[in-house]
Design a protein around this ligand. Structure first.
Ligand SMILES: Nc1ncnc2c1ncn2[C@@H]1O[C@H](COP(=O)(O)OP(=O)(O)OP(=O)(O)O)[C@@H](O)[C@H]1O
Ligand SMILES: [Mg+2]
Length: 240
């Protein structure tokens, strides 16, 4: 079922400024170290952890936090996979300079069960990437399938951490549907953007699905391009 492919790389890739690297600002590096520590302490006793990254709305920084959390965990030699479960507007592969297809949707949509899951190795970042794949007509149907749950369980046998990037909770129910296999969710909130009522609704929906909420990532985007470097920062607040 699991197939690795090393050849899916865009040679002209210019890394996203928001990608965690040794060149990132001190505050960004420290914030992701703190996030990594808090994530590992928030699931004591668990060896193979699947972390879902969610937020209320589009554009609040979920995919950025998902990719950087995966990179940060890989930096301490954890075996890490990132899965792009936002099959509507996938961005994980693009952020990493990889092709988005084939991916998760192509694997799940194959009713004959003959296709293999494309796992793309990113040697530079020491992570395995499962892109979202071809945009399907009904992504929620694929997320709901028993194959999706089985896949997460199978990945848990192999990886220390599986980071799953989801679409926004107030828009579609995909994230909550997988609550039985996701060990914990991080809720990303965006400074001066996420409204309290939207956050309440996100928490309500996850609680309704019996999801384990680990905590919140407070994401602060700069107001303008000029202030980008100076002000870009992440904070992590423990929820429980
Ligand atoms: N702290 C930050 N500072 C500067 N830019 C940021 C920050 N966080 C995210 N961005 C930028 O904001 C945009 C949206 O971020 P991202 O794709 O991570 O959001 P998202 O919540 O996954 O969006 P969607 O719901 O559409 O998938 C991207 O261009 C990203 O590079
Ligand atoms: Mg996203």
């Amino acid at each position: 079922m699991l197939k690795k492919n090393k050849n899916n790389k865009n040679k002209t890739f210019i890394p996203d400024k928001m990608l965690l690297s040794p060149d990132s600002s001190f505050s960004m590096q420290e914030s992701f170290k703190t996030l990594r520590t808090n994530v590992s302490f928030s699931l004591p006793g668990k060896k193979n952890r699947c972390i879902g990254i969610v937020s209320a709305n589009r554009g609040e920084g979920k995919s950025t936090v998902a990719v950087n959390t995966a990179i940060s965990l890989a930096q301490i030699d954890k075996k890490v996979a990132i899965v792009d479960c936002d099959m509507r507007i996938p961005t994980v592969a693009a952020k990493l300079g990889m092709e988005n297809r084939p991916g998760l949707s192509d694997y799940l949509a194959d009713e004959d069960g003959n296709s293999r899951l494309p796992i793309i190795r990113n040697d530079d970042l020491n992570i395995d990437v499962i892109p979202a794949g071809t945009i399907p007509p009904d992504p929620t149907k694929l997320i709901e399938s028993p194959q999706m749950r089985e896949l997460i369980e199978a990945l848990k046998m192999v990886y220390d951490y599986i980071v799953v990037d989801f679409p926004p909770v107030t828009v579609v129910s995909d994230a909550a549907i997988l609550s039985s296999v996701i060990d914990g969710y991080l809720i990303v909130t965006l400074h001066e953007s996420t409204e309290t009522s939207q956050l309440d609704e996100t928490i309500r929906q996850l609680n309704f699905a019996n999801a384990n909420i680990l905590g919140f990532v407070y994401n602060s985007k700069p107001a303008s391009r000029k202030s980008y470097k100076k002000n870009s920062k992440y904070y992590y607040y423990e929820y429980r």
